[in-house]
Design a protein around this ligand. Structure first.
Ligand code: UT7
Length: 375
């Protein structure tokens, strides 16, 4: 039997707090006119106290799951693509796995900056197609506002927070993920990076005072790189899927800059109405931008069963990539019973997590005490 990997659930979560260009112009030397004309961004969402990359990811993941006939326990794999993880370790994906109660799933984070969601989706799809797993949850989640230097006008106007998730399921029905292109060029790593906090520059007073824990970017270089790779990766993935460009109903590009997307459209000879654009409301949410844009496109009925889609991204690393898919999932509305199930599942996942933590403390006391006794 030939196996296919279909997206059967999707969900997004963004913070309530909106930060407008107007507000930014009171923080740094910038203006609404400059930001809109150079990037297309009008506002972005920013996390508040108590919100984090894991909390946004878990919310998006739970929303994606209720659209499917799966429960969290049916998931075999949870991947969180992120450039702003909860910690260096444990992986944000493990926190999400615990929060959802995905008790049978392996979980790991994927670090490929803005290209992470495409790579994660391809990894999960290949694991499904080869028969290694049946069900996967792939999430792109970011709180870049926590990594931004709010005094650097060259970067702080660009980024925003949010998460988007897809559930992938095995099926015998043709379609789903058709092909992917994954590329990298580490020689360009320094043009977009958070230099410190890892093993190269561990945290010291100096790294903090030099702001080496915030995003450093050479915008012009990233812009040039992006306009070079977007159209090429799209062409290549379409060819690998055995399709022609004019068979692609919709391109869902990484939302980094409206001008970069317009340049890719020109390079491909495709009209802009074939591209999803929502950068005006969310800014650049890195690995979350494609799933958030996809969720909004689905909500608005812009993606229909049978459509051929291309997802395409570029980012720090440098990394870039594209994924072609045929959408086969029905445009299902979530029945109220599933919403109730989500609330119940979330409640039991929390209870389970607390119980397991308590058991671990008790085990620690018992084993800790006995090891002392052994001495
Ligand atoms: O997910 C990937 C992440 N990153 C990206 O995708 C970023 C890609 N790059 C870009 O989107 C663009 O390069 C930017 C939006 C970052 C900058 O646009 P640009 O048209 O490339 O501007 P620039 O860097 O060439 O700067 C033009 C001028 C400079 O002033 P001078 O040197 O001409 O006097 C900047 O200092 O604009 C100035 N500038 C600003 N002015 C007002 C830079 N940022 C700002 C700002 N407000 N926020």
């Amino acid at each position: 039997m030939t196996r296919y990997a279909h997206v059967t659930g999707w969900g997004m979560a963004v913070p309530d707090r909106i930060l407008t260009n107007e507000e930014l112009s009171q923080m740094v030397d910038t203006s609404d006119e400059w930001i809109v004309s150079r990037t297309g961004i009008r506002e972005r969402r920013i996390v508040g106290k108590g919100e984090s990359t894991a909390s946004l990811a878990a919310e998006a993941g739970a929303r994606a799951l209720v659209r499917t006939d799966l429960s969290a326990g049916d998931l075999d794999l949870v991947i969180v693509a992120t450039a702003s993880p909860e910690h260096l370790f444990p992986a944000t994906a493990c926190l999400v796995q615990d929060s959802l109660g995905a008790t049978n799933a392996g979980a790991f984070d994927l670090s490929a900056a803005c290209t992470g969601f495409i790579i994660g989706l391809n990894m999960a799809a290949q694991a499904i197609i080869t028969g290694s797993i049946d069900n996967a949850l792939v999430i792109g989640s970011e709180t870049l506002s926590r990594l931004v230097d709010w005094e650097d006008r060259g970067t702080c106007v660009l980024f925003g927070d949010g998460a988007g998730a897809f559930v992938l399921q095995a099926s015998e029905r043709p379609g789903g993920v058709l092909s992917a292109v994954m590329r990298s060029d580490g020689s360009g790593g320094s043009i977009l990076s958070v230099p410190a906090g890892g093993s190269r520059y561990p945290t010291t007073h100096e790294t903090v005072s030099k702001k080496m824990h915030t995003i450093h970017m050479n915008g012009r270089d990233v812009f040039r790189f992006a306009t070079r790779v977007m159209a090429g990766a799209t062409r290549e993935v379409v060819e690998r899927a055995g399709l022609e460009l004019d068979e692609i109903e919709l391109v869902i590009p990484h939302q980094a800059n409206k001008r970069i997307i317009e340049s890719a459209a020109r390079g491909l000879g495709l009209p802009m109405d074939r591209f999803i654009l929502n950068i005006d409301r969310y800014g650049n949410t890195s690995s979350a931008s494609i799933p958030i844009a996809a969720c909004e496109a689905l909500e608005r009925g812009r993606i229909r069963a049978g459509d051929h889609l291309v997802l395409v991204a570029f980012g720090g690393g440098l990394t870039w990539g594209a994924l072609a898919m045929q959408w086969v999932a029905p445009e299902a509305k979530v029945p109220p019973s599933r919403r109730r199930r989500r609330a119940v599942t979330a409640f039991f996942a929390r209870v389970r997590s607390v119980v397991r933590r308590i058991i671990r403390i008790i085990e620690g006391l018992i084993w800790g005490a006995s090891s002392h006794t052994d001495d």
